[in-house]
Write a protein that binds this ligand. Structure first.
Ligand SMILES: Cc1cc2nc3c(=O)[nH]c(=O)nc-3n(C[C@H](O)[C@H](O)[C@H](O)COP(=O)(O)OP(=O)(O)OC[C@H]3O[C@@H](n4cnc5c(N)ncnc54)[C@H](O)[C@@H]3O)c2cc1C
Length: 469
């Protein structure tokens, strides 16, 4: 019995609400969501913009009506929580200018993250977008649809930038080469835009191995993406609408700019309530996702979590963590103390016809800070038996600790459909359980010619690195 209040109606919030109500039907569960969408898959937005997914509704896994009627959850959309009073155990909520006060016995902060917007000249011009919400996704799809309606023949002069593609709709800029930037480059190129991708550092997909980043960069160029590495966007030019992107070296005419410059945890409510943040700037929690304020929990993109390799707090805002930690909080609130588990920083991405995954600690600086003596090896191997039709190449990068032989991280890359991402699951197990490279090389992995070679590329990489050690 009691009242469980949840702030935020997406992955973490609705997982918690559903699990708590399922385990304890007597519990009163109230969810406040400031927007109109709940339980949506923001991860699908690039594919919606690309045109592979027809409607925004397709991205919703459970509708508000289903939560209310079938799960008996008091879900209130259009309600923004504006304050938390942990001493009085109540939240203040605004709806259409009215204010209500809602008491709670347990509270989950699941407010997610917001897109980082760099403070450069011209950032407020029309035609500059972020992609952090369903509304952003809708606006971007509308932009694509509007541009497609104007056929290139009706607009003969697209300017000098449009030189890559015969049927080019116009030039667009993607700022940031993280996974959202890369996925959006694909989505926009598929709609015949000439895509200019700007990345501040030397590598796209920071956090993946350098070998993987290089493979993906090469592939982006093959796909006619104009890639500007080590290039900072200094300003956006235009009067009302954005017209160009300016770097230190040049000015590129574009009709749209997508910012994929990262996210930051939405922590204002928590901070105002005296909830402590951790070293990453996200909300600090214990292994049960409880904050420093009793019975106040935080999960998902607003919170940090302990890294399974370093043991230190890490901020890796991804969907499974939000679902897993939200569910664990729901179970705890319903009476069964449940740990959400740590994070390995596992991530996957598709870039045109390439797929890649990473897990654990790959870069040597982070590894050394965590007390390891890292050694890294990259191998390439066939994705299927040589005699089996089709197939391609899988690149495997492994990082291990020289002293103990422990596998601390890895990265895989292959042609799309050749299994880099599915193979990475074995590596996640190894990294999470702290196995040695020699133990990994003896993993009894599945084998059949259509899927791999007898020695799967992961085993080959482990053998090579074991030999090197
Ligand atoms: C374009 C895109 C692609 C992605 N692709 C992937 C992917 O491929 N794989 C992956 O693992 N992850 C991906 N992610 C990340 C994933 O979507 C997030 O990790 C996940 O949605 C986090 O869930 P959450 O519940 O913590 O936060 P959110 O999904 O951000 O939900 C938080 C909710 O809280 C609400 N809220 C905030 N403040 C208040 C308030 N004061 N009152 C009431 N409501 C409030 C917000 O409106 C929001 O609905 C992607 C994200 C984006 C944007």
């Amino acid at each position: 019995m009691g009242i469980f209040v949840v702030i935020g109606g997406d992955a973490a919030g609705m997982s918690a609400a559903s699990k708590a109500k399922r385990d304890d039907p007597e519990l009163e569960v109230v969810v406040f969501e400031k927007g109109e969408w709940v339980s949506y898959g923001a991860c699908g937005l690039p594919y919606y913009i690309k045109g592979e997914i027809q409607s925004l509704e397709d991205l919703v896994s459970i509708t508000p009506e289903e939560f209310r009627k079938e799960r008996d959850i008091d879900l209130r959309t259009g309600h923004e929580v504006t304050g938390i009073d942990p001493d009085d155990r109540a939240v203040t909520v605004e709806r259409d200018g009215d204010e209500i006060r809602q008491p709670y016995d347990h509270l989950l902060i699941a407010t997610g993250a917001k897109s980082v917007v760099p403070s450069i000249d011209g950032i407020d011009l029309e035609g500059v977008y972020t992609l952090g919400s369903m509304t952003d996704g809708k606006e971007l799809r509308d932009f694509v649809a509007r541009s497609r309606e104007e056929s290139p023949t009706e607009q003969p002069d697209r300017g000098p930038a449009c030189h890559f593609l015969e049927s080019c709709e116009g030039a667009v800029a993607v700022v940031g080469g993280g996974y959202i930037g890369v996925e959006m480059a694909e989505a926009l190129a598929a709609n015949d835009f000439e895509v200019h991708l700007f990345q501040r550092g030397r590598h796209v997909l920071k956090g993946f191995s350098e070998a993987t980043s290089d493979t993906i960069a090469e592939h982006l160029r093959e796909q006619d993406v104009a890639l500007y590495l080590d290039t900072e966007v200094e300003a956006l030019e235009g009067d009302d609408d954005v017209e160009a992107v300016r770097t230190a070296d040049e000015q590129i005419e574009v009709e749209m700019v997508l910012l994929g410059t990262g996210v930051s945890p939405r922590t204002e409510l928590a901070e105002d309530a005296g909830v402590e943040l951790g070293p990453t700037g996200a909300i600090a929690t214990d292994e049960y996702r409880e904050t420093n304020r009793p019975d106040v929990y935080a999960a998902g993109d607003c919170a940090e979590a302990e890294h399974v390799v370093t043991g230190e707090p890490a901020y890796v805002p991804l969907a499974l963590t939000a679902n897993r930690h939200g569910r664990a909080v729901g179970q705890t609130v319903a009476g069964t103390l449940t740990e959400g588990g740590g994070i390995a920083g596992t991530a996957a991405v598709k870039a045109f016809e390439i797929e890649a995954a990473r897990t654990g600690v790959i870069d040597h600086e982070t590894a050394r800070e965590a007390g390891f003596d890292p050694v890294t090896e990259t191998i390439e191997a066939k994705s299927r038996a040589g005699y089996y039709p089709g197939g391609g190449t899988v690149g495997v990068t492994l990082t291990v600790d020289r002293d103990t032989g422990r596998v601390i991280g890895g990265c895989l890359v292959s042609e799309y459909g050749e299994g880099a991402v599915h193979r990475s699951h074995a590596l996640v197990g190894a990294v999470t359980e702290g196995v040695t490279v020699s133990e990994l090389s003896n993993y009894d992995l599945a084998y059949a010619p259509p899927f791999n070679t007898t020695w799967d590329p992961i085993l080959t990489a482990a053998k090579v690195l074991g030999g090197k050690l």
